[in-house]
Design a binder for this molecule. Structure first.
Ligand code: NAD
Length: 274
């Protein structure tokens, strides 16, 4: 008999809620949502009710959620993803991390912890295309990785860097470069907007060498990510125009689908792609 994978979801917002629905719809018989947890009052109970008609899936604490899961999916926040991953790995559970900006500087620590406890860390490609080619290019010398992200100015509302620089997002009427520099700095300054830079860094040449440009673009309806990769194996260029998640305009819907695809890779005996 095939063992059903018990999934615990931390963070019941746009990604966590959508993923839970997909798991219930598409993974029946192979995996199921065993527990959900959120720091905001009532959110876990609400999601639980939507999933099974009662609050029984809502865990009271992160520790309880981890105890009820084989695989923990972090869809909470960059401020907490490292600690959530440490606790899951410490309990010998696998972890899938969505708030990649929060762990990009701690990947070595999580790798050690996972190795020590026989657990695994999964980081989906998220809202970009090209991670497959970048990973394959790791077998040769990768000279350059550049990410250019365009989002509507409103996507940057509440970002401390924008406030500190006194940039008036309402007054942005044409494409305006908000940031140009390393992925290392970008992930610190734009933790909620730039998970893609963190994934790209981990898959490629690291956060210090990966270059990032962030552009506020008033004519852009979708989140657009362009990636240029130059290696001794050739050149790669990808452009992704992502539909926004209806519940959170900072999040691309493709990020949800990418996590579902990563989950499928974990469960399925056949894996296609790097
Ligand atoms: N990897 C990617 O490509 C990618 C793409 C988009 C978003 N993200 C990241 O994924 C995360 C979730 O995104 P979202 O759109 O669902 O956000 P959201 O704001 O819609 O939902 C996040 C939920 O997590 C909860 N939460 C926050 N801190 C928590 C904690 N410590 N413990 C439990 N719950 C907590 C919040 O109360 C909220 O309900 C964010 O960090 C976001 O930056 C990653």
């Amino acid at each position: 008999m095939v063992k059903m994978l018990k999934i615990g979801i931390v963070g019941c917002g746009a990604i966590g809620g959508s993923l839970a629905k997909i798991i219930k719809r598409d993974f029946a018989g192979r995996a199921f949502v065993a527990a959900v947890y959120d720091i905001a009052d009532g959110k876990a109970a609400d999601l639980s009710k939507r999933l099974c008609g009662s609050g029984r899936l809502a865990a009271g604490t992160l520790k309880q959620l981890i105890a009820r899961s084989d695989l923990v999916i972090e869809a909470a926040s960059a401020a907490h993803s490292r600690e959530i991953a440490r606790q899951a790995l410490g309990a010998r559970k696998d972890i899938m991390i969505m708030s990649v900006g929060g762990i990009v500087s701690h990947a070595a620590e999580l790798r050690r912890l996972a190795q020590k406890n026989g657990s695994r860390v999964f980081i989906p490609s998220g809202a970009i295309a090209g991670i497959d080619g970048l990973k394959a290019s790791g077998g040769v010398t990768v000279k350059k990785v550049i990410l250019t992200t365009r989002k509507h100015p409103r996507s940057f509302a509440g970002v401390r860097y924008i406030q500190d620089k006194k940039i008036d997002l309402e007054a942005v009427t044409k494409d305006t470069v908000l940031f140009s520099g390393s992925a290392k700095d970008a992930t610190v300054l734009f933790p909620q907007n730039i998970n893609v830079a963190a994934v790209l860094s981990l898959a490629g040449i690291g956060a210090a060498k990966t270059e990032v440009r962030i552009i506020a673009s008033p004519d852009t309806r979708n989140n657009i990510h362009e990636i240029e990769i130059e290696s001794s194996a050739g050149k790669i260029f990808t452009r992704t125009e992502n539909v926004l998640h209806p519940e959170n305009p900072k999040t691309s819907y493709l990020a949800v689908l990418s996590a579902a695809a990563a989950l499928r890779q974990i469960i399925e005996p056949v894996r296609v792609g790097t």
